[in-house]
Design a protein around this ligand. Structure first.
Ligand SMILES: Nc1ncnc2c1ncn2[C@@H]1O[C@H](COP(=O)(O)OP(=O)(O)OP(=O)(O)O)[C@@H](O)[C@H]1O
Ligand SMILES: [Mg+2]
Length: 337
């Protein structure tokens, strides 16, 4: 078991459309940057808003490279010298790393980041932003459909530990991530819920999957206006309710195109972000390497059988390296130059 000081946290923000996923992701990213924590921010929504929420102007955000458009490069790099993956064409979004694969680290330069990541300057240092991009048929590569976020899943499955580092993913509103294994790739999933029946319904759906797969899930109440809103969420969500965020004038000001220093964010909301940070850090101690690797293989075999084998004409089960355990085994894996 790694020590808690080796924190490479993968955090997802999910929830109903319009609940505040992008807003809370961006606030959390700003909070981490202010705490001098290295962050990779990932916009995994097809409607790309995270860049703008982090202060990019529309033109900069529109010019972000789409990971989907760089799938061949991403696959070729990650495949490295893995003899179980003879060609890019046979690599699908769930193909797990094995001996010879190249792995990604948060604080490094590599061809994947060169092609896909762009720096975003914040008040307190910069973060790297990756975006899945809008998906077109031609982006999909030979065998990566069913999911708009295949490139993100591939990258997360090839990401290894560094010290005190975070990946924060603003996820798509739909349940796309259940078809693949993407929703199992996070140390903590923050479900953003407004105090409404629809907000809570998305939580219940997510909760079922999370329970079945042992995925840590906490609810952040958003746009919570008073005691009745709070009581409603408490009654519906129970112990999974972590913290509530109210209406933020700071957020509204920034939405009006008037940049405001992050230090001026309301005190109550700053405290809420601190709670998210503490909760995420604490979740790391419960990370289960064995589950993580087992689920990676489980979803790969499921995808291979349901469409991957037919699509690639190969037996993709053969890509599984039975001796490989991501993270713990990763350091011992020979890395091709
Ligand atoms: N706590 C808050 N205070 C003030 N405004 C907020 C707050 N949370 C969200 N908003 C506003 O609500 C709107 C929707 O939020 P946001 O875009 O973050 O939701 P989303 O879940 O990412 O939506 P989508 O599903 O479309 O991606 C935005 O205009 C945002 O500025
Ligand atoms: Mg959004």
């Amino acid at each position: 078991m790694a020590t808690p000081s080796l924190l490479n946290m993968k955090i997802a923000f999910v929830g109903k459309g319009g609940s505040g996923k992008t807003t809370l992701s961006s606030l959390f990213i700003r909070h981490l940057a202010a705490a001098r924590v290295p962050v990779i921010a990932v916009d995994a929504d097809i409607n790309q808003h995270l860049g703008v929420a982090l202060g990019m102007d529309e033109a900069e955000a529109a010019a972000l490279p789409a990971m989907g458009a760089h799938l061949p490069l991403i696959k070729d790099y990650l495949r490295g010298g893995n003899a179980r993956i003879p060609s890019v064409e046979t690599m699908i979004k769930t193909t797990p790393p094995g001996e010879g694969s190249r792995l990604l680290r948060i604080c490094e330069d590599n061809p994947v980041y060169d092609a896909c990541a762009r720096p975003v300057a914040l008040d307190d240092g910069a973060v790297r932003l990756l975006a899945t991009g809008p998906f077109t048929e031609s982006d999909l590569g030979v065998a990566c459909y069913h999911s708009k976020v295949g490139a993100v899943e591939l990258c997360l499955n090839h990401l290894v530990d560094g010290r005190g580092e975070y990946v924060v993913v603003d996820m798509t509103a739909g349940s796309d991530s259940f078809a693949s294994g993407l929703f199992t790739r996070f140390d903590m999933t923050f479900l953003v819920a407004e105090p409404t029946r629809k907000g809570v319904a998305v939580y219940r759906q997510y909760q079922e999957y999370a329970r079945d797969f042992g995925v840590p899930l906490k609810v952040i109440g958003n746009k919570v206006q008073g005691p009745d809103d709070l009581a409603y969420l408490r009654a519906e969500v129970g112990e999974d309710l972590l913290v509530c965020v109210g209406h933020s004038d700071w957020v509204r000001t920034v939405e009006k195109g008037r940049p405001a220093p992050f230090a001026l964010l309301e005190e109550a909301n700053r405290r809420a972000l601190g709670t998210l940070h503490d909760t995420a850090d604490a979740a790391y101690e419960h990370r289960d390497w064995e589950r993580y690797t087992r689920q990676m293989v489980h979803f790969h075999l499921k995808n291979a059988e349901s469409w991957g084998n037919a699509k690639t004409g190969a037996d993709l089960a053969a890509q599984v390296d039975p001796a490989f355990v991501l993270f713990e085994g990763a350091a011992a894996t020979p890395q091709p130059a």
